[in-house]
Design a binder for this molecule. Structure first.
Ligand code: A3P
Length: 293
């Protein structure tokens, strides 16, 4: 059921939502059926919202704050290797048995909306879920850069105007941004859900690191936090060996600018206004707010 859409953009429909080709029915079923444990951590986001950044934070905090700090506890030498991206057919472990055997804490990556979460309904799971959201103009621009002909996937060869139309119509992989983000926002007060924003992480890194550490129940000293903060800076992270996503072709596409407001390089004034109108309508009275610059 692989489909080729507008401008060569490949996708699959999973539960009626547009998903990447690598979300095969078997992988999705495996992801939904994971039996989670209290020591599990699942970080979730819409694409291009800072998930690589968050993943490094989680890996550093859980290894720094552990009684027996061992960044290679799972034998992983790369960031990607220390995560379990169950829904993706690219990645290991391959089977439910592999997952059962994986060392604690198991760190899961997911890009699913709440109703399609890893392990089934989060409210019924002991797993801790951390969702990171980002203002949708930056998401849309970052995603365009990532998916367009200039980018690593090479899926999409339409232009910016067309991409914006696809994004607003929910026709890009992972579907409608508003649905996705609001689906987790609604559960932000659940005990096992932490809702973060990219902009807060950027402007108040230290405060957000403390929030994440508290949520995960890890004990970290001031010095350790300072060290984590240093390692996750944009430039530091781009270069560090452990975070190297070099096994992924053109890994540098995961680190474009790391800023707030770079959407302005893509949106025309008219597009920005139209976006704002739709944003107001869709965000409605939910209370969800973002900084756009
Ligand atoms: P830009 O394209 O706006 O630069 P994801 O990891 O979910 O795919 O998100 C990618 C976005 O996060 C990219 O945004 C990338 O530059 C940004 N990013 C990655 N690491 C970062 C860091 N350490 N600090 C700030 N932004 C970072």
């Amino acid at each position: 059921d692989l489909r080729i859409g507008e401008h060569g953009y490949k996708y699959r429909l999973v539960e009626g939502r547009v998903m990447p080709p690598y979300i095969t029915p078997a992988r999705y079923a495996l992801s939904r059926s994971v039996r989670t444990r209290a020591s599990d951590i699942c970080f979730v986001s819409y694409p291009k919202s800072g998930s690589t950044w968050l993943s490094y934070i989680i890996v550093l905090l859980t290894t720094t704050g552990a009684d027996d700090p061992d960044p290679d506890r799972s034998g992983a030498t790369t960031l990607r290797g220390s995560l379990h991206w169950v829904e993706s057919s690219w990645t290991y472990p391959r089977s439910a048995e592999d997952l059962e055997r994986a060392a604690a804490p198991r760190i899961f990556k997911s890009h699913m909306p709440y109703p399609m979460a890893l392990g089934g309904e989060p409210a019924q799971n002991p797993c801790r879920y951390i969702y990171i959201a980002r203002n949708p103009k930056d998401v849309c621009a970052s995603y365009y850069y990532f998916e367009s002909g200039k980018s690593w996937s090479g899926y999409y060869d339409g232009g910016w105007d067309h991409w914006l139309d696809m994004f607003l119509g929910g026709r890009v992989q992972r579907g409608d941004w508003f649905d996705h983000t609001l689906s987790w926002w609604e559960h932000r007060d659940a005990e096992n859900v932490l809702f973060l924003r990219f902009e807060d992480l950027k402007l108040d890194t230290r405060g957000q690191l403390e929030r994440i550490a508290r949520f995960l129940g890890v004990r970290v000293s001031d010095d350790q936090l300072r060290e984590v903060e240093r390692k996750i800076g944009f430039a530091a992270m781009q270069q560090t060996e452990f975070s190297a996503l070099r096994e992924v072709k053109e890994f540098s596409r995961f680190f474009r600018k790391g800023e707030i407001g770079s959407w302005k390089e893509y949106f025309t004034a008219e597009q920005s206004e139209a976006f704002d109108r739709l944003y107001k309508e869709r965000i409605g009275e939910s209370g969800l707010e973002f900084m756009f610059e």
